[in-house]
Ligand binder design. Structure first.
Ligand SMILES: [Fe+2]
Ligand SMILES: [Fe+2]
Length: 197
């Protein structure tokens, strides 16, 4: 069976249950942001939108496990659920490709362009003002870092992520947001060291 609106709704409902139990970096907002961004990239780049949406829904389902290696945990859950819905095997494999390769460290293994879209959608949330607020609050609240260290660590994270986009649209959005943040960090440092013109 192909992905239709009924199947998409069932996938969304199934996955949402997992994100409700995830930490703040992988909560329900993260699921929907990934879905929206991946669908946007897919539409602009001519990729399969529903595979990108389904891959986004499944990509961070974790069952309370630690973050590292979570893609391997999501894979059998997704495969079993999609087979129960009688989704075509080739579509299941494409969705699994999105799940397995969504991290920057695994994207080089991707066999589909749809996996690129999910990867970029995930990574874009770490860049720009949106990513900055997320990274900073995580470091201050969960990791209990000092503000100066939290800002510096967030800056390093953004510098690492920004050049790693796989799609044309991802690169465009990342470049624009990163440019904005470079100016932000410059002013932050100027203010901290009281160097005004
Ligand atoms: Fe992830
Ligand atoms: Fe994610």
């Amino acid at each position: 069976m192909k992905l239709n609106s009924d199947i998409m709704k069932r996938i969304e409902k199934f996955c949402a249950g997992y994100y409700k139990k995830n930490n703040v970096a992988h909560d329900l907002e993260h699921m929907y942001m990934t879905e929206k961004l991946a669908a946007y990239i897919a539409r602009k780049e001519g990729y399969d939108i529903d595979i990108c949406r389904a891959g986004s829904f499944f990509h961070d389902i974790m069952n309370g496990l630690r973050h590292s290696g979570h893609e391997k945990h999501a894979l059998p859950l997704a495969r079993r659920f999609l087979r129960k819905l009688k989704v075509d095997e080739d579509i299941i494999e494409s969705i699994c490709d999105c799940i397995l390769c969504h991290s920057t460290f695994h994207i080089h293994r991707a066999k589909t362009k749809e996996a690129w879209a999910v990867h970029d959608a995930d990574l874009l949330q770490l860049i720009g003002p949106y990513g900055y607020v997320k990274a900073l609050s995580l470091r201050l609240v969960e990791k209990k870092m000092k503000m100066v260290d939290a800002v510096s660590s967030s800056e390093k994270k953004q510098n690492f992520c920004a050049p790693r986009m796989k799609t044309r649209i991802g690169r465009r959005i990342a470049k624009d947001n990163h440019k904005f943040m470079k100016e932000y960090y410059k002013r932050y440092k100027q203010f901290r060291s009281l160097k005004f013109k």
